[in-house]
Ligand binder design. Structure first.
Ligand SMILES: Nc1ncnc2c1ncn2[C@@H]1O[C@H](COP(=O)(O)OP(=O)(O)OP(=O)(O)O)[C@@H](O)[C@H]1O
Ligand SMILES: [Mg+2]
Length: 229
């Protein structure tokens, strides 16, 4: 489902170049929940963001669903990105839009008409258990509710892949747990998940596979239950 081939990304920091991701090759099969672990600054978020080209690699190739993203035109890339949802630690909701407005935004941007958008939005809000909040603004929601809205927004284009960057790190334990359960349901509905986390317990509970990163490289990739120590 996802294939990263020798991808690299560096950043300028002061007078020097920092190699955030260094020639990483990674294969993620359809149906995996693939965890990415590693210390702060290891390059996890940069690597995750290269899967949908939010971060463009300096070198290397990115394939999702058999399609090479790194060669697409801007409009073809926009189209391809509809099959890749993403959620973040701090939710990234738009403050001046209602819950409904946030969830429907990807469809709006791709020109889907209002009646269909509303129907899909309600379907997704029901799925994440927040239909009654549809007219509220993000500021009036709890952290867990905000992440549910973000998940609904990420799923509205029926993606095959969901990228999650520390999706529960800003939440208390119980709320985090309910978000992880929701992500398990998303996975069971046929979505391949890639999840960055610094919590080993999240890997154990959620993931089928794990990759451990250090200094921009993947040290090891393994099935979680079988050989990850
Ligand atoms: N836009 C940027 N400009 C400059 N440097 C960056 C940029 N994005 C990331 N970096 C640097 O690249 C390295 C890897 O960053 P990244 O955010 O991928 O790490 P991470 O593993 O996700 O860390 P954390 O666990 O703290 O989120 C870090 O040294 C970071 O400072
Ligand atoms: Mg990060």
């Amino acid at each position: 489902m996802i294939s990263l081939q020798e991808v690299s990304r560096s950043f300028t920091q002061g007078d020097s170049r920092l190699q955030a991701v260094d020639r990483v090759t990674l294969e993620i099969a359809a149906g995996e929940i693939h965890g990415i672990m590693g210390a702060s600054g290891a390059g996890k978020s940069t690597l995750l963001r290269m899967i949908n080209l939010l971060e463009r690699p300096d070198a290397g190739k990115v394939f999702v669903g058999g399609q090479e993203l790194t060669v697409l035109s801007a409009s073809a890339l926009r189209q391809a990105r509809r099959s890749i949802g993403m959620i973040f630690q701090h939710f990234n909701l738009v403050g001046n839009r209602t819950v409904e407005g946030n969830v429907g935004m990807p469809l709006e941007l791709s020109g889907v008409r209002r009646p269909e958008r509303q129907q899909r939005t309600e379907e997704l809000l029901r799925y994440v258990g927040l239909l009654e909040k549809k007219h509220q603004y993000p500021a009036s929601l709890s952290g867990g509710q905000k992440q549910r809205v973000a998940i609904a927004r990420a799923l509205i284009s029926r993606p095959k892949v969901l990228l999650c960057d520390e999706p529960t790190s800003a939440l208390d334990e119980r709320t985090a747990s309910s978000i992880l359960e929701l992500l398990k349901e998303v996975h069971a509905s046929g979505v391949t998940i890639v999840m960055v986390t610094h919590e080993r317990s999240v890997i154990d509970r959620m993931c089928s596979h794990v990759s451990v990163m250090e200094h921009g490289r993947i040290l090891l990739t393994a099935p979680v239950k079988e050989s990850y120590p």
